[in-house]
Each structure stands twice: as structure tokens, then as C-alpha cells.
Design a protein around this ligand. Structure first.
Ligand SMILES: Nc1ncnc2c1ncn2[C@@H]1O[C@H](COP(=O)(O)OP(=O)(O)OP(=O)(O)O)[C@@H](O)[C@H]1O
Ligand SMILES: [Mg+2]
Length: 235
């Protein structure tokens, strides 16, 4: 097994062409080891969400090499790429992207339903994951009946439920109070500290920095420095 969940070499992403071209990723060299939690930090507009989206296969890079879980993403086409993402990746976005017509439990169950689970079993599993996140009593609520923090926890449940090997999160605690943020990061750590798994978190929230095993600092389209938290997380 490749010890790196993500390997980027000289990764580039440019939006637009000609005079309108915006060079957002300008040669990113970056690795995310398995069995750890890696944070990606840096000033607004430096390219964090863009890098996360490229790593997650939601945007195509314009140059460079990218391997995710040992697979060169450029080698995957169409349906194979979708299948790879569905099986191996979990996402938490700042905008929770919940489906408004589904209950909390049904939203959390989506990855299992997509993998062919029977509805009843998928929803039961979703209810147990939501209970772990403190939402046992809200399983049947619709997204518009939930607070921002509750919606974010449903998004966490959806990201974790199929036990993906790479979980990517963009500002996952921005809608959460300190205590709930701490709790969901603990859950993420439990998911991450397995030899085969990795979590990559983009965040501005310095309250959760102690959860990181390493912190990658991004600036102006490049990863400039990687800091390893000596002695491991203190939380
Ligand atoms: N589709 C797009 N077309 C053109 N420019 C884009 C596009 N998406 C992002 N950008 C630009 O790329 C730059 C980096 O954006 P990105 O969202 O990756 O930043 P970020 O580091 O996540 O910032 P923040 O911390 O504010 O979320 C910004 O200048 C943004 O305007
Ligand atoms: Mg962003």
C-alpha cells in the first residue's frame, strides 16, 4: 500500500484562458500521509478550496501529477472516476450541500444507497452515525428544520458513513460552536488514525489546530511549508 493518501507534484490549475486566465495553483508539491490528519491553512484566496477540489477529483488540474490512494487521477475517466470518488472519498463542504427533500437520516445514508444498500439498512446505519454525532432526536427532520451546526453534523455523517479512505473537509467547523467543533474533530480523528485512512482539512479555525498531525501552509498558489506537530495532538 502506498503510504501516501495524496501526492501532488508541480500541480497547476488555471481558470480561463488568454488575458482572462487566473493562475490559482502555481506548482503545488504536497503529500498527505495515511494514518494522519493534515490541515491546510493560508490566507483567503490563496487556492485552498481549489487544491481540495482538484484532489477530490471535482476539478481537473491544468498541469502536474496527482495520485490519490495510489491511483493517478488522470488515468481515471468518466464513470470510473465517479465510481472511485463514490467509494473512496468523503466530503464535507462549507455549504453543507444537503438534499432539501430528504430527511437528515436519508441525507446521511446517500453514500450507502449509491453503493446499493437497501433503504432500511442504510437509514438505520445513518441513524446510528447521527446518534454518535448527538443528533439522535433529529434523524427525521428536514434540512430546513435544522440549525447550521446540525446541518453540518449531518454532512459529517454523510462523509463518514461509508468509511472512505480519504476524507476532505473545507472549513468543517465554521458553523459549529467550540464544544461541537471539538466533538466532530474527535470523531474525525477516530476515523483518521487508521493506517489506511487520511483526513485533509482546510480551516481558518485556530481552535482546532491542536487536532492536526501536520499543518501545510499555503500561499499564493503554492504549499510553502509543512509543520509537523511534535508529540502528536494534545486534544
Ligand atoms: N471558477 C473560477 N474561475 C475563476 N477564478 C476562480 C474560480 N474559482 C476560484 N477562483 C479564484 O481562485 C483564487 C483562489 O480561490 P480559492 O477558493 O481556492 O481560495 P481559498 O484559499 O479557498 O480562499 P478562502 O479562504 O477565502 O475560502 C481566488 O482568487 C478565486 O477568485
Ligand atoms: Mg476556500
Amino acid at each position: 500500500m502506498n503510504p501516501m493518501a495524496v501526492q501532488c507534484r508541480d500541480l497547476h490549475k488555471t481558470f480561463g484562458v488568454g488575458e482572462d486566465a487566473v493562475k490559482v495553483l502555481r506548482g503545488v508539491d504536497f503529500t498527505v500521509p495515511r494514518g494522519e490528519m493534515t490541515f491546510l491553512v493560508g490566507p483567503s484566496g490563496c487556492g485552498k478550496t481549489t487544491l481540495l477540489s482538484v484532489i477530490a477529483g471535482l476539478l481537473n488540474p491544468t498541469g502536474g501529477d496527482l495520485e490519490v490512494l495510489g491511483v493517478p487521477l488522470a488515468s481515471l475517466r468518466g464513470g470510473t472516476a465517479v465510481e472511485f470518488r463514490r467509494k473512496n472519498l468523503g466530503f464535507v463542504f462549507q455549504q453543507f450541500n444537503l438534499l432539501p427533500a430528504l430527511t437528515a437520516a436519508e441525507n446521511a445514508a446517500v453514500p450507502l444507497l449509491a453503493a446499493g444498500w437497501k433503504r432500511k439498512a442504510a437509514v438505520e446505519k445513518a441513524e446510528s452515525v447521527l446518534a454518535d454525532l448527538g443528533l439522535a432526536s433529529r434523524c427525521r427532520a428536514m434540512p430546513n428544520q435544522l440549525s447550521g451546526g446540525q446541518q453540518q453534523r449531518v454532512a459529517f455523517a454523510r462523509a463518514l458513513i461509508h468509511e472512505p479512505h480519504l476524507i476532505v473537509c473545507d472549513e468543517p467547523t465554521s458553523a459549529l460552536d467550540a464544544e461541537t467543533g471539538h466533538h466532530v474533530m474527535e470523531l474525525l480523528r477516530q476515523a483518521a488514525v487508521r493506517p489506511e485512512r487520511a483526513v485533509l482539512v482546510v480551516t481558518h479555525d485556530s481552535r482546532i489546530f491542536p487536532f492536526a498531525d501536520r499543518i501545510a501552509h499555503m500561499n499564493d498558489g503554492r504549499v510553502e511549508k509543512i509543520e509537523t506537530q511534535s508529540g502528536g495532538p494534545t486534544c
